[in-house]
Design a protein around this ligand. Sequence first.
Ligand SMILES: NC(=O)c1ccc[n+]([C@@H]2O[C@H](COP(=O)([O-])OP(=O)(O)OC[C@H]3O[C@@H](n4cnc5c(N)ncnc54)[C@H](OP(=O)(O)O)[C@@H]3O)[C@@H](O)[C@H]2O)c1
Length: 335
Amino acid sequence: MTSTRQWFLARRPRGVPRPEDFALREVALPAARAGEVEVAVHALSVDPYMRTRMHEGGYGYLDKWGPGAALSAWGLGRILEGYGEWREGDWLVGHLPVAERAQVALPETGAPLPLRLPSDTHEPLRWLHELGMTGFTAWLGMRCYGLPRSGETVLVSAAAGAVGSIAVQLAQWEGARVIATAGSAAKRQWLRETLGVAAALDDRDVDNFATALATAAPRGIDLNFENLGGAVFGAAIERLCPGGRVVLCGLVSQYNDPEPRRAPSNLSRLQFIGAQLMPFVVPGHEVRHWRHFQAEMRRLTPLAPRDELHGFERWPEAFCGLFTGKGIGKRVVVS
Ligand SMILES: NC(=O)c1ccc[n+]([C@@H]2O[C@H](COP(=O)([O-])OP(=O)(O)OC[C@H]3O[C@@H](n4cnc5c(N)ncnc54)[C@H](OP(=O)(O)O)[C@@H]3O)[C@@H](O)[C@H]2O)c1
């Protein structure tokens, strides 16, 4: 029996989470059992959905975390003690405890995750972004649901973030004209100058957003890839063309509010213009789509910056920063 440091929820956050809402503890790590491998956790993802697990109620496809709960996250680990074809030194990508070391159960036959990568894999951190869950989310949203077409106008909110920035590029590859939103001038400049979007709008300037969107999309939008919710979502619904589509990927602007989350007051406009509303979550799509996604992303090689914070102790700082808009691309904590 050895031990490891691990992050726990100390108390349910009120509003925007703060580092004091989390507690670092030393816990016992039992030896790996048959069918498990021991990993040294190299990097951990921080994701907005984790905040929804910290609410007492509300919808969610994962268990809620109450005070004292052990946190878990998508992560990348180096195998210390192998089992079968999972050899020491290989990388493992999967849902891991937010700890420095962990025992991980190996997948059932045919399940794509957890994933094993050979020890000499180039830039394995890509499997926490464009080749991993955030890339998969953007890919599902655009390639299986939204299906942007050449000449269409597509709105992507929180577009300088992990999912949003990949979603922008997937729409551009299809020949769509992309309008992006982000909360800081630096992010909007990056979206314009590096990703080449047609317009980048300030989604934190809620009072002027609808006017800015109308100017950027005078003929309306055909597809709304929604990551934010709230007033920005309402403005997008108002601007949607008849027969338009909405891919409901997330509602991050509302994750710090008490449940339940509120729909925009003009939601019923979707009915009257014959629009399609397509909410989706990643779980349940892996078996059918994972391999196709991997093949396509390796061919497309999107620009996929990472916002890396170094030091396992910085996990709370990294997570809390998601809601104050720090960093471009995918936020990860590297040990
Ligand atoms: N459907 C699924 O299965 C699935 C899977 C993964 C993610 N998602 C969703 O995809 C969306 C993006 O997730 P991500 O992992 O790529 O995170 P991310 O966009 O990299 O980070 C979150 C971003 O959201 C913006 N934001 C946070 N709080 C906000 C607020 N109160 N008001 C306005 N903007 C706010 C910030 O961007 P700015 O600096 O630009 O304001 C922040 O950088 C989220 O809604 C998430 O829930 C869905």
